[in-house]
Every structure is written in structure tokens, then in C-alpha cells.
Design a protein around this ligand. Structure first.
Ligand SMILES: CC(C)[C@@](O)(CC(=O)O)C(=O)O
Ligand code: SF4
Length: 426
């Protein structure tokens, strides 16, 4: 509750802490940042901007190196001379400043940040990547910012915000077999549209959300930006506490970090008890259809991975659905665990051997084909099915290619048949 006893949203509470005074949605604040993240694509510009800001200063030091994390994940191992140069520059900056730096082998930023314990409920986190909203799965207000804003954060540890309104999705019901959290978030995005939550803090709540394991929650928060959301918050509970106790020594759960009863929000209610597997169709993430409307579409390449669905649990769904069946003739199946930690779990479970026997390709942790800037690209006229979060024209390669988005289960079923397939039929 605020000082005048008005109910507050979790976003208003987090920004009140960060601003050092009670603030409400709609107010502009200069907020103290708890954690800042940058990576190999957007980091170099942020570093250049930082030195520009500091050009007249004797001491060119970041505000607090212990609160900044630099990762290499979009173009790893360096896939061009430019990427190699960027990595050299960022390694040098991190070393000089004493900043935490996960190098080319650790994995995708939005998997590594939570798994290494760099985020907790009530934090205000910024990352120079639009999917930084993913850490809302841990009850933080976490959002993507530009490289120049990141330069300002490096220099001052502060950033201005307009405290966002809240759009709350209350999702009830039990997920049917072969239907996952990716199907929930695709359904919500299809319902409200890619602009539906524009500049709002999305909250995801209800029995269908609270019953999800952390890996499935991360998928939902990761895609808040795909409905225009400034954040994608799932309030911390026992699941969050268990996840964080393994990663943050002396972590203590604080029930304060949730929206008060009656806090102002735009409310949307759903029951997903009869939800079908969903597919986002070219060329927009909100062009969502039930899989039954697109099944039979021939696919050339299937990508299982990314910060959206590249965790061990996602890859295990694929392994269990495929069993010892081969990848369909003429189809490329590319599997990329989202981090070294997740890769090791997949390896120890024996799934790498299973996938190699099936004729799939397994790569070291990275973004891979997700943003079409590295490897595994689609050529003219090719159709890709991916477990990632974006399918804009040309996203995974040729502007003449087509990208569909789905859950790992739909991806696995389609890898077996060579066409988009309803996982409930396997
Ligand atoms: C940096 C970019 C490639 C990104 O990772 C995130 C972004 O748009 O900021 C993406 O998935 O599009
Ligand atoms: S995996 Fe894809 S969505 Fe996630 S950070 Fe990398 S490029 Fe962006």
C-alpha cells in the first residue's frame, strides 16, 4: 500500500523503491538501477557511448561494476571479423572496469542472467536487448533499453522512466496434454495483438500460471515484448523461491513484491483448459492460429532453442516425443541449448547421442539462427519452424523465407513428419 493507503501494482512498488519515493503509474521518475546487462551486438555501442559521456572526466569508471553483466551470445563463436573485434573490445572493457563477463561458451543472455542468480524479485533490471522482459518471470521489473540509454546507465546507475500502467492477464485452467506455456503466450499475443500491451507492464497470473515450473514461466515473460509490453511480470511464489535459493546465497522470500488487491489495471481473463497448440504464422508474431489450421505446411528447417524455449525441459520434450525416430527426410533439425548449464543437462541425459543418431544437428549454446545474423539461415522460399519468439520477414535469413513459431512439442512432431504437425497426433 502507498503512504495514503492506495493499493499499488508491483511495478509502482518497484519504481517507488528505485526512485526513493512513492510513485504512481503515469509519473516520470529518475530510477536507480539494480542490474544492467549488455551483449555482443548492442554492447559495443553502449561502451562507445559511455566513453563519450566520460570524455572530459579524469576517471572513466562505470557507476558500479558489480551490477553490470556483459555476455557474448548473438555471434558466437565469432562468425565474422567484425564480431571478433567486438568481442575483443568488450573483453577489454570488462577487464578494465571489473565487470562480470560471460564469454562465448556460457550461453544466451536471457538464460544465463537468471541461472547465475543475477535477478531477484523487486529488482529494477535493464538490458540492451528487447527480450530483457524475460526476467519478469522472477518477479522483477525488467525491460529492454537502447545502447545509448545503457551508456547513461553505465555512467550514472540511473535512468528515467514513465511508470507504466498495468495490463493483467489472469489465466485459469489446466493445460491439456502436449500444450505448453508457449501456446498460452502465443494465444494471448494473438488475442491482444503485437501492440496490445504497448508501454504497459504485463502481469501474468492465475492458476494456469502459478502451476507452471520456472522454465515455462520464462517462456511467457520472454515474449511480453511481443505484445508491446514494457515488462512481463509473474509474481514470486514458492516456485520462484526454490529456484532462487539454489542460485542466490541467503535469498529470503519477501511477499511484498506483488500487486495489492484492487490495484488499478486493465484486466483480461482466460481459461486455457481446452487450448489447442498454437502457431504464429508469417510474418508477424500476432498472426496466431491453432495448429489444426496450418498443419500439413511443409517445413525445410526446424530450430529448437533460443532464450524463449532453449532450456533442458524444452529439449527434453523434443527428445521424448521423437524417441528413436529419425528426422524426416529433407528436413534440417537444429537443436541449440540456451546455455552451457542446460547443454550439460541435455548431454548427461543422453539426448545429444539420440539427436545425432536421428540426423539432427546440435550446436553449442548461442542465439544461432534466431535473429538471422549468424548461422542456420533460411534460403529463398524456405519454410522454418522455430521455438523462438520472432518471425518478422527475413528474421531467420532470406526475406523470401517464412518463419512459423511454436512450442517444442509442435516442433518435434513436425520434425518427424516434415510438415507442421499437431503434437497431439503423435
Ligand atoms: C539484439 C536483437 C538481435 C535481439 O536479440 C533483441 C532485440 O531486438 O533487442 C532480437 O532478438 O531481436
Ligand atoms: S535467442 Fe533470439 S530472441 Fe533471444 S536474445 Fe538471442 S536473438 Fe534475441
Amino acid at each position: 500500500m502507498s503512504t495514503n493507503n492506495e493499493p499499488m501494482t508491483i511495478s509502482e512498488k518497484i519504481f517507488s523503491k528505485a526512485a526513493g519515493k512513492t510513485v504512481k503509474a503515469g509519473e516520470f521518475v529518475l530510477a536507480n538501477i539494480d542490474r544492467a546487462m549488455t551483449h555482443d551486438i548492442t554492447g559495443p555501442l553502449a561502451v562507445d557511448g559511455f566513453y563519450e559521456i566520460m570524455r572530459d572526466k579524469e576517471e572513466k569508471k562505470v557507476w558500479d561494476p558489480s551490477k553490470i553483466v556483459i555476455l557474448f551470445d548473438h555471434q558466437v563463436p565469432a562468425d565474422s571479423l567484425n564480431a571478433a573485434q567486438n568481442h575483443i573490445m568488450l573483453r577489454k572493457f570488462a577487464k578494465e572496469q571489473g565487470i562480470i563477463n560471460y564469454d562465448v561458451y556460457e550461453g544466451v543472455c536471457h538464460q544465463v542472467m537468471p541461472e547465475k542468480g543475477h535477478v531477484k524479485p523487486g529488482d529494477l533490471v535493464v538490458g540492451s536487448d528487447s527480450h530483457t522482459c524475460a526476467y519478469g518471470s522472477l518477479g522483477a521489473f525488467s525491460t529492454g533499453i537502447g545502447s545509448t540509454d545503457m551508456a547513461a546507465v553505465f555512467a550514472s546507475g540511473k535512468l528515467w522512466f514513465k511508470v507504466p500502467d498495468t495490463i493483467r492477464f489472469e489465466v485459469e485452467g489446466k493445460l491439456p496434454k502436449h500444450v505448453y506455456s508457449k501456446d498460452i503466450i502465443l494465444h494471448l499475443i494473438g488475442d491482444v495483438g503485437a501492440e496490445g500491451a504497448r508501454y504497459k507492464a504485463a502481469e501474468y497470473a492465475g492458476s494456469a500460471i502459478s502451476s507452471l515450473p520456472m522454465s515455462e514461466r520464462m517462456t511467457i515473460s520472454n515474449m511480453a515484448i511481443e505484445m508491446g509490453g514494457k515488462a512481463g511480470i509473474i509474481e514470486a511464489d514458492a516456485t520462484t523461491e526454490a529456484y532462487l535459493k539454489e542460485r542466490i546465497p541467503d535469498y529470503e522470500f519477501d511477499p511484498y513484491w506483488k500487486s495489492d488487491e484492487g490495484a488499478e489495471c486493465e484486466l483480461h481473463k482466460y481459461d486455457i483448459s481446452n487450448l489447442e497448440p498454437q502457431v504464429a504464422c508469417p510474418h508477424n508474431v500476432d498472426n496466431v492460429k491453432p495448429v489444426t489450421e496450418v498443419e500439413g505446411t511443409k517445413v525445410d528447417q526446424i530450430f529448437v532453442g533460443s532464450c524463449t524455449n532453449g532450456r533442458f525441459e524444452d529439449i527434453e520434450v523434443v527428445a521424448k516425443m521423437m524417441g528413436d525416430e529419425p528426422v524426416a527426410k529433407g528436413v534440417r533439425l537444429l537443436i541449440i541449448p540456451a546455455s552451457r548449464t542446460e547443454y550439460m543437462k541435455v548431454l548427461r541425459a543422453g539426448y545429444i547421442e539420440q539427436f545425432m543418431e536421428a540426423g539432427a544437428m546440435v550446436e553449442s549454446p548461442c542465439c544461432g539462427p534466431c535473429m538471422g545474423g549468424s548461422f542456420g539461415l533460411l534460403g529463398d522460399g524456405e519454410v522454418g519452424l522455430a521455438t523462438s519468439n520472432r518471425n518478422f520477414k527475413g528474421r531467420e535469413g532470406s526475406p523470401q523465407s517464412f518463419v512459423y513459431l511454436s512450442s517444442p512439442a509442435t516442433a518435434a512432431a513436425s520434425a518427424l513428419t516434415g510438415e507442421i504437425t499437431d503434437p497431439r497426433k503423435i
